[in-house]
Design a protein around this ligand. Structure first.
Ligand code: UDP
Length: 455
């Protein structure tokens, strides 16, 4: 018998690479050998972003495969093309990679761990007679919703292409938040892309049924009713991004100078503002946000990704940078998990991506919710309506979140002791779930034992 050796394959976007990379490190810590597969394009971005050139040996093998898209083409601009190209190109390459590893003197591949969006890898595993696990990087509730699609169609709530018959609030179970049909995860895409995403989500969700394990970055306490139908085993919330000398999967180089800046701020005073890796702002909304942060009167750390606005360079309101210089800091990409763990952070103004949600919750930081698309509205509903650890920002009649709304909600959030208490309570529950004897820890250990038993 050899050592367990898993090949891990992430969907090539930031919010998927980070949690799968952390999961890989957790497995490697337990003696599972890992070959981590990125697309060529993300592999080079990740290697360029590795800033701590430490002497520490990287504990996982980083390899890359082509995604079928020409070099230099902007993959964000053509999500449907990327998705299609991956399905056509990558299965053959993955098979070849595994065959090559198995013929070498290395430990043979004993499991394929695939991102849910890479469900085709489960079929590769089946074909090659290798056990497989699927890692679901979103909430269990989203999977519950996707599994519910046939029923939603049957009840006439949506048609066969996912289009709602009318805007209404629905509840999948009494303990899950009400969902607005206008905000179903596939609804935020335009035209044909919406149908492609809807069918893609549904078919991936079906395809993963052949996997031997379905794991997710969540924990039982926060969405208990979603587990009954989803078959998911939660192993989170994981704490990625805090591994000195090891790649954590960042595709942008992180600007760590903001940590020293945070050291100089009073405890519990800073508003941390970040919208993940995709969100793009219209110029007018970008201005309003800048002015809202200024008006709030609090110190703030704002992640302004190079592509956060449509213009090539962020275009701040006149005089903004001079006026806020003493108490505001903008960075292109932050070491988010370290930022959220910093004692100076008072709250997290977020787009409610699932990773950001888990990271804020794990650190006990109250949220100001500004969902933008996909599952973020569902995550926001959990944050503000179910866990009650944050407040929602509401757009005005023109669809803009105004500077006054931002100031009002920052004040309201920071003055709410109950929200703070509940955030700390969830932080404690999250910690318990991943520590020795906790529910996520048990699921993780059982998975590791199974991997070891099979090798
Ligand atoms: N992130 C980061 N630095 C930043 C902004 C984001 O490290 O300045 C990380 C964040 O910690 C999270 C991921 O990028 O792990 C974003 O994932 P999420 O699911 O929150 O949002 P998405 O990018 O998928 O919309």
């Amino acid at each position: 018998m050899g050592n367990p050796h898993a090949v891990v394959i992430a969907y090539p976007v930031q919010g998927h690479v980070i949690p799968l990379m952390e999961f890989s490190h957790c497995l490697a810590d337990c003696g599972v050998k890992i070959t981590f597969v990125n697309t060529h394009s993300n592999h080079s971005r990740m290697m360029n972003s590795l800033q701590e050139k430490s002497n520490k040996q990287i504990q996982i093998d980083l390899v890359s495969l082509p995604d079928g898209i020409a070099e230099g083409e902007d993959r964000n601009l053509v999500p449907e093309k990327l998705y299609d190209s991956i399905i056509k190109t990558m299965p053959g390459y993955l098979e070849k990679l595994i065959t090559k590893i198995n013929k070498s003197f290395k430990d043979k591949i004993t499991c394929i761990i695939a991102d849910e969006n890479m469900a085709w890898a489960v079929q590769v595993a089946k074909k090659m007679g290798i056990p497989s696990a699927v890692f679901w990087p979103a909430s269990a509730s989203l999977r519950a919703l996707l599994l519910h699609i046939p029923k939603l169609i049957e009840e006439g709530i949506i048609d066969a292409n996912g289009i709602p018959s009318k805007h209404q609030m629905i509840k999948l179970s009494p303990t899950m938040p009400a969902m607005n049909t206008a905000h179903f995860a596939w609804r935020c895409f335009d035209g044909k892309l919406q149908e492609i995403i809807f069918h893609g989500m549904y078919s991936n969700n079906q395809a993963v049924k052949d996997a031997d394990w379905l794991l997710c970055n969540s924990f039982y306490d926060i969405e208990p009713s979603a587990y009954a139908s989803s078959n998911l085993l939660p192993v989170g919330p994981m704490l990625p991004g805090t591994r000195p000398g090891q790649p954590v999967g960042h595709l942008w180089p992180e600007d760590s100078t903001c940590l020293q800046w945070l050291d100089q701020q009073p405890n519990c005073s800073v508003v941390y503002v970040a919208f993940g890796s995709f969100t793009v702002f219209e110029q007018s909304q970008f201005h309003e946000l800048a002015l809202g942060l200024e008006l709030s009167g609090h110190p703030f750390l704002w992640v302004v990704r190079p592509d956060l606005t449509k213009a090539p360079d962020a275009n701040y309101p006149d005089g903004f940078q001079t006026r806020i210089a003493a108490r505001g800091q903008m960075v292109g990409w932050a070491p988010q998990q370290k930022v959220l763990a910093h004692p100076s952070i008072a709250c997290f103004l977020t787009h409610c991506g699932w990773n950001s949600t888990m990271e804020g919750l794990r650190m006990g930081v109250p949220f100001l919710c500004w969902p933008y698309f996909a599952d973020q509205f569902l995550n926001q509903a959990y944050i503000s309506d179910v866990w009650k650890v944050g407040l929602q920002l509401n757009p005005d009649h023109k669809g803009i979140i105004s500077r006054d709304e931002i100031k009002k909600k920052v004040d309201e959030l920071l003055g709410d002791e109950k929200i703070k208490e509940r955030s700390l309570d969830l932080k404690e529950k999250a910690k318990i779930s991943v520590h020795e004897g906790g529910s996520s820890n048990k699921n993780f250990k059982n998975f590791v034992e199974a991997l070891k038993g099979m090798s």
